[in-house]
Write a protein that binds this ligand. Structure first.
Ligand code: TRH
Length: 395
């Protein structure tokens, strides 16, 4: 078996004959988070449960970077055991499955909802919500809402960090594969080769940087340039690239390497989703954003910095603090202060050199904390298992 294969999840088994059929509907709003979560969930449902899953995606083009096997021109395709269907306006007259998931409240067509109401038995209808650490989530998780006209009930399913939520997506072998990677020098070498990069020097701090357009990027890169410690920054091609170009004073493309003082910056391709986990495992510190990469960084059990998805009227800052409250709860006062100050500055778009100094001074604490945090989260049932159990109880 070639080494890079070992960093990917195993191939799915075929769903059993007459396996329950699930429909997952995904509307790509922007970025990769909506499809990132849906694709991960769909694959896990067929691999681990096993179910017959149709994943309806309105924008196959946005799906392709995460899953290069996708052919954006094909209306129906089978990938990793999941039937991927283009969710186009001329929606085909297909019978709804046993479970229908609308991801992040994406509206289903009226005709499909009527078909759901007419189906015997009626499907379990789930709205899979966005992740938040806010305390109200546990009280709203799994609440039902009857359709105003039709005899149908919709359930609100909330991922989350506490016992009374739906939990987080976590493949059953994820942590074993992560630990296997950490132990296996051959796998690590194969990973860097697959990325087309030399291994970062052993004395360098290796960082992945996935963020939105963030004016704090220049302050961060400046701090790394002036750092007493070499910093090897891996920058996946993303919306943050123009700001990095402004710092470097030159256009950048995938494959470019820029050296500025202690900072070595490498622009890397946007890798397929399963390889992104390996990137997180291979780094000492991960800057992540949105929802899915944020969760994966927690499973990577490495120190992390979260760029939360910005919302109107700074609504996202409440979510940021809700997470910081639970994440920092068991950190020392000094480490907690450093994390809070750094994350606030990063999300506020203005980073001073002192923020980085304080943060990096706590790296050992943050490392052990990341492992403790991941172990605590892993005690929770994973989201796909809890969702399957929930839906079975309603069927
Ligand atoms: O792309 P995002 O910013 O998505 C966001 C959030 O989900 C947000 O909550 C939502 O409202 C908004 O989209 C519409 O960040 P996120 O959630 O981390 O998704 C990125 C996905 O891309 C994730 O599945 C990891 C994957 N990824 C790769 O597969 N390869 C890569 O190289 C990188 C950098 C990411």
């Amino acid at each position: 078996m070639s080494a890079p294969m070992l960093s990917r999840p195993p191939a799915p088994s075929m769903p059993a004959a007459h396996a329950p059929q699930w429909d997952i509907f995904c509307k790509v709003i922007d970025n990769y988070g909506d499809i990132g979560v849906c694709w991960r969930l769909a694959r896990q449902l067929v691999t681990e449960h096993p179910l017959d899953v149709r994943l309806w995606v309105d924008d196959l083009q946005s799906f392709q970077p995460l899953c290069p096997q996708i052919d954006p021109q094909r209306a129906v395709q089978q990938i990793d055991g999941v039937e991927v269907r283009h969710w186009a306006p001329g929606f085909p007259e297909l019978a709804p499955g046993d479970v229908v998931i609308e991801a992040f409240g994406c509206p289903l067509s009226e005709s499909f909802i009527v078909a759901m109401a007419q189906r015997k038995p009626q499907p379990v209808w789930i709205n899979l919500e966005y992740l938040s650490a806010e305390s109200w989530v546990a009280g709203c998780h799994a609440l039902s809402s009857p359709h105003p006209r039709l005899p149908l009930i919709k359930y609100f399913y909330f991922p989350g960090f506490s016992a009374n939520t739906g939990g987080l997506l976590r493949e059953h072998d994820l942590l074993l594969r992560r630990d296997g990677f950490a132990r296996d020098d051959g796998l690590q070498t194969a990973f860097w080769r697959e990325l087309g990069l030399p291994r970062p020097p052993a004395n360098a701090l290796t960082v992945s940087l996935f963020a939105y357009e963030n004016p704090a990027i220049s302050g961060l890169l400046q701090a790394w340039q002036d750092s007493p410690l070499p910093v090897s920054c891996l920058l996946p091609a993303s919306r943050a690239l123009p700001l990095v170009e402004a710092f470097c004073g030159a256009p950048l493309k995938v494959g470019d390497v820029v050296q500025r003082g202690a900072l070595e910056l490498r622009v890397i391709p946007f890798v397929e989703q399963s390889l992104y986990d390996t990137l997180l495992w291979a780094c000492d510190l991960n800057f992540v954003r949105g929802e899915d990469s944020f969760v994966r960084a927690q499973w990577a059990a490495k120190p992390m910095v979260w760029h939360i998805y910005p919302q109107q009227e700074n609504a996202h800052l409440v979510k940021l603090d809700a997470f910081l409250d639970i994440y920092c709860d068991e950190l020392s006062e000094a480490a907690s202060a450093a994390v809070r100050a750094f994350w606030h500055a990063w999300n506020g778009g203005c980073l001073e050199p002192g923020h980085w100094k304080e943060f990096i001074a706590r790296l050992d604490d943050l490392n052990s904390h990341a492992r403790r945090w991941e172990k605590k989260l892993a005690l929770q049932e994973d989201l796909s298992s809890s969702l399957v159990r929930f839906c079975q109880s309603k069927l």
